[in-house]
Write a protein that binds this ligand. Sequence first.
Ligand code: ARG
Length: 463
Amino acid sequence: MTKLWGGRFTKETNKLVEEFTASIEFDKELALEDIQGSMAHVQMLSDCNIIPKDDAKTIQHGLQVIQNKINAGDVEFSVAHEDIHMNIEKLLIDEIGPVGGKLHTGRSRNDQVATDMHLYLKKQTEMIISLLTEVQSSILIKSKENVQTILPGYTHLQRAQPVSFAHHLMAYFWMFERDKERLQDSLKRINWSPLGAGALAGTTFPIDRAQTASLLGFDKIYPNSMDAVSDRDFIVEFLSHASLIMTHISRLSEEMVIWSSQEFQFIELDDSFCTGSSIMPQKKNPDVPELLRAKTGRVYGNLVGLLTVLKGLPLAYNKDMQEDKEGMFDTVKTLVGSLKLLAPMIHTMTVNETKMYEAVSKDFSNATDIADYLVTKGLPFRQAHEIIGKIVLYAINQDKYLLGLTLDEYKEFSPLFAEDIFKLLQPKHVVGAKKSEGGTSFEQVESQLALAEKLLYDAVPSS
Ligand code: ARG
């Protein structure tokens, strides 16, 4: 089969080389972006009188026909034409004849592929931002139902201080909020147009880069053509933001695995989000959060993979850069799939308030509060800490919790104790007393929820 670049060659390409160098199997994902870029390019060529207007119209019509065929699943791409760019150009020439060959005037596949990638990531980034909003909204709904639900807060996975379940869940809301901010910020750089950079040096034709940029919805052009064709920073940024999002997803997933275990029973995942065991009939496995946790690995891998491809790469375009795609597509697919599952999984889980409360009633997570109590009576915190440590040890030896000791027992350790400690030691009181800004007291959690709601509500454009 004749190659679009065959002029200089006297031999057919080795079949293995053809297969090894071709990217069509994966970059066909960029078909619509490629046509979008070509439409803008040909419009500009026509407006700048670089090609005749009629030829431009024929090309645009041809591209439209190809787009319709692609949407209808009616085209076959071929490895012999290597990648999506040459496949579409070949389809165009087959469709409208040699005039199709004018499309590539003043352009190279190097600025073309970069343009496609920018268009693709812009679309995906915007979609991922809205999926993150859906996750946040399901966190917010669950949190609103659980302001008064109390569970142990942990440090070192040891019971530390009781908190509102809403407070715990909302920590993830803010992680995802920062993730959205990062993605939003990355759009500034995704929105640079490489089109018109040519192979690396620009072009002899009087092109209008500002026009193609604006037709494609970009708000800036790369000021340096060599940078334009060799920059993949925006993809690295995306993979890095995706890695952090997966880190957050995996932490939440891990908590869900722990909370739904027989040992905790703090939550129950909906049957529709679990699977069974082929041998043990009693099992209900949290496969979804387990897989979410595990899929984080491939996303990190894609980030490290691309960084490694780019490391030490000389300017400008190198074929190495074709390796930027599969990891990016895989990351988008993994992240989108994960976020789509996470929102309904949170939404449908059952919160076992009783089990959570049982847990805080049978622990020493109110110990700090009783130390604070002695401080309010004038004792330096360090001494109070020492006394409470001794009380905890005493209680453990008596097989009791702090609420189970008598006032007389307390007074053995310090005369400062009075009857009011028993009210103060109640889990609800312990949580309610953490009134500092951003703390877990019910009022603080309510104002946090109001802030989050405003943020989500304000982000939705009014209809
Ligand atoms: N398929 C190539 C890629 O993804 C397109 C650019 C090819 N450019 C070249 N000069 N061979 O990177």
